[in-house]
Design a protein around this ligand. Structure first.
Ligand code: GDP
Ligand code: MG
Length: 440
């Protein structure tokens, strides 16, 4: 599937210390193939790859990420963009009521999604009202009635002999009367797009003040879903998309193409038949999931923001020569502090994780770090570069200078020497500390 394919491409990329134009071209050929195989629209795949290539080639070489990581990051960023950038939600403007019309082909999941949305809106404290406007399919009205009963949301008493547009008009009036603030109109679908279906939806659009027209598409239908979305959008100006049956969508092509082709955001994804199986769509999370490397990317982002690769290299070199002084210890503490939540960082970085297991090593506790920093700062340069000279009287002076106690100074010195010991053991195993800058 798409995730596996892309991961294979990135594995190759990450193996390269230096990336040439050819490396990028080759990787992009594979990315394009992977997209096409995932049923992504041909033009969308081409534009995507062109855009990534241009950015990868034009980018200044950053000190903070390896070239492979940079390309991966560009691909990820583009993927997020392709999926819509940021999360878009239903606009609950001041309209009384806010009215949402479901549109799409038969079997796409309109009625089910209407029920799911009603449940979510109700949970968030709104007063939804379900409106059955599919008068053609036998039992369509009853289907929505049953869903409404299950989620405890009132359903407009539609009848199959009333025109859909009239049902909607009456439902809006009934909503105002009963203080329902959110109308969800379930409409009919056809097996194929036809004039009558569009005509009926347009009629509703003209007669009722719609806040949203949600196009519901079955993600399993891939390219077809994209084409149909395009047609609905051209006819109705849809405002958002719901992709259903995403739990079974191994290929992911529809999600990747639909925003690009229609310009309209994916707002929700349906992930099952149950009434709670509806999720808000998050482009960034979906992109990470597609790439199958969420935690690594998060780490890259954090590292990119704060860890200077040169600095990490410098420390790594010092470690090799066992020249890791208290000064370097201080640097490391500051790097760690800059990276944000310690727990989070430590769980991601294998090298640091090991340091944590040492007895008396600085624990992931911000207060302790601040103290440790103060203690090291109260040392003279000489003391920092050679801890052996720090005798009892110096310890007393340092404790007084940092507002701590001799015991605390001893503790810091102890964790430093423990760290030194462990680092010596790690010598010759460079992977252990370089985890911070390049995780393989
Ligand atoms: P409509 O014709 O557009 O109203 O489609 P329905 O709401 O009647 O749904 C058609 C079928 O798809 C039903 O069997 C639903 O249970 C099923 N369905 C809808 N959404 C999802 C989903 O997100 N996942 C799965 N697995 N099935 C869904
Ligand atoms: Mg239906």
């Amino acid at each position: 599937n798409l995730t596996d394919r892309l991961e294979a491409v990135f594995k190759k990329l990450r193996g390269h210390g230096v990336l040439t134009e050819e490396h990028i071209a080759e990787a992009m050929r594979e990315v394009r193939m992977a997209l096409l195989e995932a049923d992504v629209n041909y033009q969308v795949a081409r534009d995507f790859v062109d855009s990534v290539s241009a950015k990868a080639l034009g980018r200044e070489v950053s000190q903070k990420l390896s070239p492979g990581q940079q390309v991966i990051k560009i691909v990820r960023d583009e993927l997020v963009e392709l999926l819509g950038g940021s999360t878009e939600q239903i606009r609950f403007d001041g309209r009384q009521p806010v009215t949402i019309m479901m549109a799409g082909l038969q079997g796409s999941g309109k009625t089910t999604t209407a029920g799911k949305l009603a449940a979510q809106f109700k949970d968030s404290g709104r007063r939804p009202y379900l409106v059955p406007a599919d008068i053609y399919r036998p039992a369509a009205i009853e289907q929505l009635q049953i869903l409404g009963d299950r989620v405890g949301v009132p359903v407009h008493p539609s009848t199959a002999d009333t025109k859909p547009v009239d049902i909607c008009r009456r439902a809006v009036a009934a909503a105002r009367e009963n203080n329902y603030d959110t109308l969800i109109i379930d409409t009919a679908g056809r097996l194929h797009i036809d004039e009558q279906l569009m005509g009926e939806l347009k009629e509703i659009q003209t007669a009722v003040d719609l806040s949203e027209i949600l196009f519901v598409a079955d993600a399993m239908t891939g390219q077809d879903a994209v084409t149909v979305a395009d047609t609905f959008n051209k006819n109705l100006e849809i405002t958002g998309v719901v992709l259903t049956k995403m739990e079974g969508d191994a290929r992911g092509g529809a999600a990747l193409s639909i925003k690009r082709v229609t310009g309209k955001p994916i707002m929700y994804v349906g992930t099952g038949e149950g009434l709670d199986a509806l999720e808000t769509f998050h482009p960034d999370r979906t992109a990470s999931r597609i790439l199958g490397m969420g935690d690594v990317l998060t780490l890259i982002e954090k590292a990119e923001a704060v860890v200077d690769k040169q600095e990490a290299d410098r420390i790594a070199r010092k470690l090799k020569r066992s020249e890791f002084t208290l000064e370097d210890f201080l640097d490391q503490i500051q790097q760690i502090k800059k990276m944000g939540s310690l727990e989070q960082i430590m769980s991601m970085v294998p090298g640091i994780n090991k340091l944590r297991q040492i007895k008396d090593a600085p624990q992931p506790n911000e207060k302790e770090l601040v103290k440790t920093e103060a203690i090291i700062r109260s040392m003279t340069r000489k003391e920092r570069t050679n801890h052996r000279i720090i005798d009892a009287s110096r310890r007393q002076r340092i404790a007084a200078g940092s507002g701590t106690s001799v015991a605390e100074v001893n503790r810091v010195l102890k964790s430093y020497t423990e760290m030194l010991k462990m680092l010596k053991k790690m010598r010759g195993k460079p992977g252990a500390m370089s985890g911070m800058k390049r995780r393989k």
